[in-house]
Design a protein around this ligand. Structure first.
Ligand code: ADP
Ligand code: ZN
Ligand code: MG
Length: 477
């Protein structure tokens, strides 16, 4: 039987606030365990939470960007459960009145636009992190509560995606958008963006949805897609054998590359939600919403149009350069150092993107900073080095992070633009290559390329190509 897959996502994103959502603890990633905690976030008796206004503002910004209706009054609720990473034994979340509802995000699949419904957007606090020692003999786990109380925004989609490709494009579009509106750094390897996927199958043509399975423990988009793929295969096997899919939560096993049912103990949840008595209801005025809307950061389309206009770039360049906010920032930082938009764009669209993709790096993690790249392009334009040598310098910058002028100096790569010196080398090449020389004289323009190549070879690529070209033409007249 052929089945169609139905996919819905629950997305958790840590908001990029300076302090936690209900206390004043900082939110820096990667500091020593349990150094960013206070009596409030570790739930000591008698403490009171106070809502972080910035976290609320970022939540509203996200909800508005996702075209949600904002509830004028929003409430917090306690979600009760026991787990070692949750010292309070409850998580402050939203259950009865979400911050935003009825939204949608438009994605483009194979050139066609498709709308994915956003069921709701709600704000909650993150839990801590358990660390399980890798030694088999260890009979304990460690807990780091630095993450406890970080503002966590949950975005729940409708089951509107069909097939892996739509899920992938949705995840990438959403991540890109969250970065554009500057509410989260979305670093999946640091847990700032986490996807849980819900997958079900139905026979092709059937209206009613099948039974869904929820998959957790997915730490990258790639992993999420593998898990969906695996789950589609598993469920179609179950259905083909005439059995029923069991509604359950499964965990992705990154080593075996399979999903596994959670133990029943972990599955039995009854959260006994009730309104959080320590927080007041939150009223979100229309005026505040409008103010947040007015101050939305520049989104991709607007940036793209501005790049075309301000920098006189082809649409294609503008599209590529704005494909992520980080890349657009990288580009504009280059221009602050050396303002030749098209030359910089050419380097980014080829060499820079190739290296970033191969190394799976974000622009701000790249050893070639905007200052490196822009200084190098400037050296090419000013004739200090040739474009060809530029590629050598670039490769060296990627490996060592050294500044281009230092590399050029250390490796003796300065372009030879001395006319006398080059004329001598050109004369030698002309004398040694009578064949191509006579072909050129018979009118075969192409032969000159060979001769230029010979000069480049003799100068190890350092000759100024324009000068070589004109010297050759002069001597062959
Ligand atoms: P639950 O009651 O299990 O929490 P919800 O209706 O709240 O289920 O939906 C949770 C997530 O599961 C949402 O992202 C939703 O889009 C998705 N979902 C719901 N039904 C299905 C289905 N039949 N197939 C795939 N995903 C589904
Ligand atoms: Zn705290
Ligand atoms: Mg639900």
């Amino acid at each position: 039987m052929t089945y169609e897959s139905v996919i819905g996502l629950e997305v958790h994103t840590e908001l990029a606030t300076a302090s936690k959502v209900f206390c004043g603890c900082p939110t820096t990633f990667g500091v020593p365990p349990n150094t960013q905690v206070c009596p409030i976030c570790i739930g000591m008796p008698g403490v009171l939470p106070v809502l972080n206004k910035k976290a609320l503002e970022y939540s509203i910004r996200t909800a508005l960007t996702l075209n949600c209706d904002i509830n004028e009054v929003t409430l917090f609720d306690r979600k009760n459960y026991y787990y070692p990473d949750l010292p309070k034994n409850y998580q402050i979340s939203q259950n009865y009145r979400y911050l935003g509802v009825n939204g949608l995000l438009e994605i483009v699949v194979d050139g066609r636009s498709k709308r994915v419904g956003i069921n709701n957007v709600h704000l909650e606090e993150d839990a801590g992190k358990l660390l399980h020692p890798s030694t088999a003999s260890a009979d304990y786990s460690l807990v780091d509560l630095n993450r406890t109380g970080l503002p966590l925004l949950e975005i729940v989609t409708e089951p509107d995606m069909r097939g892996i490709k739509e899920a992938q494009i949705f995840m990438m579009t959403l991540k890109n958008l969250l970065q554009y509106i500057e509410v989260s750094d979305c670093k999946m390897e640091e847990g700032s963006l986490r996807f849980e996927v819900n997958v079900s199958l139905r026979p092709q043509g059937q209206q009613a949805y099948g039974t869904k399975v929820e998959i957790k423990n997915l730490n990258s988009i790639k992993t999420a897609l593998k898990a969906i793929e695996y789950e589609m295969r598993r469920q179609s096997r179950v259905l083909d054998e005439g059995n029923q899919v069991i509604q359950e939560t499964r965990l992705w096993d990154d080593v075996e590359m399979v999903t596994r049912a959670m133990r029943s103990k972990e599955r039995a949840h009854d959260y006994r939600y009730f309104p959080e008595p320590d927080l007041v209801e939150v009223r979100i005025s229309k005026e505040w919403q409008e103010e947040i809307r007015r101050h939305l950061p520049e989104l991709q389309d607007a940036k793209k149009r501005r790049f075309i206009e301000q920098y006189d770039l082809p649409e294609y360049d503008a599209q590529v350069l704005t494909s992520s906010k980080a890349l657009a920032n990288y580009y504009e930082e280059c221009l602050r150092v050396y303002n030749v938009p098209k030359a910089i764009s050419n380097w980014i669209m080829t060499e820079v993107l190739r290296e970033l993709n191969e190394r799976e790096l974000e622009p701000d993690e790249f050893s070639v900073t905007p200052v490196h790249l822009a200084s190098m392009v400037k050296m090419i334009d000013s004739g200090t080095i040739s474009g060809k040598i530029g590629k050598t310098v670039f490769a060296e910058m990627v490996e060592t992070g050294k500044m281009p002028d230092l590399i050029v100096q250390e490796k003796g790569l300065v372009q030879i633009s001395d006319e006398k010196e080059l004329a001598g080398i050109v004369a030698k090449v002309v004398a040694e290559n009578p064949g191509p020389v006579s072909e050129f004289k018979k009118g075969r323009q192409k032969a000159i390329g060979f001769l230029v190549g010979q000069v480049m070879k003799l100068t190890k690529g350092k000759a100024n190509p324009q000068l070589v070209n004109s010297l050759l033409r002069e001597q062959l007249k």
